[in-house]
Each structure stands twice: as C-alpha cells, then as structure tokens.
Design a protein around this ligand. Structure first.
Ligand code: PEP
Length: 256
C-alpha cells in the first residue's frame, strides 16, 4: 500500500480549554472553514463536558468528535471516570489514549494505556494512541528503543482485525506545547520505526494501512513539510487547534 492510500487524519486536541459555549462556536467556525476538504479526516477531541454541544454542532459537517481519555472498566465505582460505552452513546467516534500529559501528570503507564486502548476498541471507538520519547531519552540516543517498547506494550493483546481502528500519534514529549517541532526528517525517522515495529507485531498489510500522525507544535507554517513525509499520515495538534483559522490551514496542507 502506498502512502496515498492510507487515511490521513488531522486531529485537534483541545486539552482543558473551551467551555461548552465556546466549543459550540469554535466547532461551527472550524466546520465552515473545513467544509468540502475531504482529502483528510478532521477530528476535534474535546473535554468531556463539551461532547454534547460538540456532537450537535458537528452534525452534517465533515468534523468528527473525539474525547481525550477513557477508562478501561465498563462501569462501576470509579469516581470521576468515563467509560467507552458512555462516549460511544454520546456520539464520540475517536478517543485519545496515552497522551504524554496523562502519562506525566496522571500516572498513566503503558499498562493502563494498553487497558484503555483495548476497552475503547472493544466498545467500537477509534483510538488515537500517543507515544514518544522525552528529551533526556532523545539526548541519550535511545529514542528507537523507547518508541519500540511503547508500541509493543501499548498494543499488547490487540488483534490484527482491530488495528483498522488504531491510529498512532508519534509525539516527542519535548515538542509538545513548547514551540519546538521535530524536523520533518526526525518525524519521518521515528514514524518509520513505529511502522516497522507494527509490521513485526502483525504483518506488512497492517503496518502499511496504519495511519501514523506526528504531534508536537505542528502549526499552519510547518504542517505541509511534515505531512509530505512518507510515513507521516496526519497530525495531532494542540495549541493550533484552538484557533479555527490555523487549524483549517493545517487541514488545507493535508489536502494534497
Ligand atoms: C498535543 O497536545 O498533542 C500537542 C501536540 O500539542 P501542541 O500542538 O500544542 O504541541
């Protein structure tokens, strides 16, 4: 399979920004700007409390709604958590799992990332699985080992049939929210490593069909160069996704 036949996905991660009223207008604005841009899938991952208005505002547009986390149990005494079934019934199609901020601030481990991924896939959600090295790991020259290990641990026990609903977002932690972007060559190198590891875990067909995004200070100025790389099939965008005009320009860059 060639790069052109893989699904390109541009996803925004709003993080803890936008009240429901702000979300409603931001979705409407974004949807108007990306209307008819069918060269990629457009996803906005919103805070839990915004999901209802976001799903309503996105109806009839080409914007899909995602969540930013999901619990691995189906239901029960897990105060403050949200299950995959709750997300699905609320109209959510995608969920981010394993974002570095969850790993860094909320004790997320590869084991819990794997459990959340499996629960989300079993429920019928599409998962944007985030992984990537921290600065010290890059400086120590162990990026390949780190992302390979994360890929293997995070995908453990997931059958090949479910890989069609998995998107991997390579997000070097040192590039997230810092304004520092990986160079297109750095992004390509690691996305290609991830694809090779997935090939080893499954087979060439699964690896070649897998959408691998780059995330880390992607913006309207650098998106085209990053997205032109052979193994970069989209972007996960934080800061720039909060500004509809900037996000729409990234979607434009993915239309080629
Ligand atoms: C992210 O939140 O996944 C991200 C990549 O953020 P930013 O684009 O702001 O670096």
């Amino acid at each position: 399979m060639k790069k052109e036949s893989r699904k390109v996905i541009i996803a925004g991660n709003w993080k803890m920004n936008m009240t429901p009223s702000a979300a409603k207008s931001a979705i409407a604005e974004t949807a108007a700007l990306v209307a008819g841009k069918n060269g990629c899938e457009v996803v906005l991952c919103v805070p839990f409390v915004d999901i209802a208005v976001a799903v309503e505002a996105a109806k009839g547009t080409n914007v899909k709604i995602g969540a930013q986390n999901v619990h691995f149990e189906k239901k029960g005494a897990f105060t403050g958590e949200i299950s995959a079934d709750m997300l699905l019934e609320s109209g959510v199609e995608y969920v981010i799992v394993g974002h570095s901020e969850r790993r860094q601030y909320f004790g997320e481990t590869d084991e819990t990332v794997n459990k959340r991924t499996r629960a989300a896939l079993d429920a019928g959600l599409k998962v944007i699985l985030c992984l990537g090295e921290v600065l010290e790991e890059r400086q120590a020259g162990i990026t390949e080992e780190i992302v390979s290990m994360q890929t293997k641990l995070d995908l453990a026990g997931i059958p090949a049939e479910q890989m069609k609903d998995v998107i991997i977002a390579y997000e070097p932690v040192w590039a997230i929210g810092t304004g520092l972007t990986a160079t297109p060559d750095q992004a390509e190198e690691v996305c290609a490593i991830i694809r090779r590891v997935v090939c080893g875990l499954y087979n060439n067909d699964v690896a070649e069909a897998l959408t691998i995004q780059y995330g880390g200070s992607m913006n309207d100025a650098n998106a085209a160069e990053l997205l032109a790389k052979l193994d970069v099939d989209g972007g996960l965008i934080g800061g720039a996704s909060l500004v509809p005009e900037k996000f729409a320009k990234i979607v434009d860059a993915a239309q080629a």
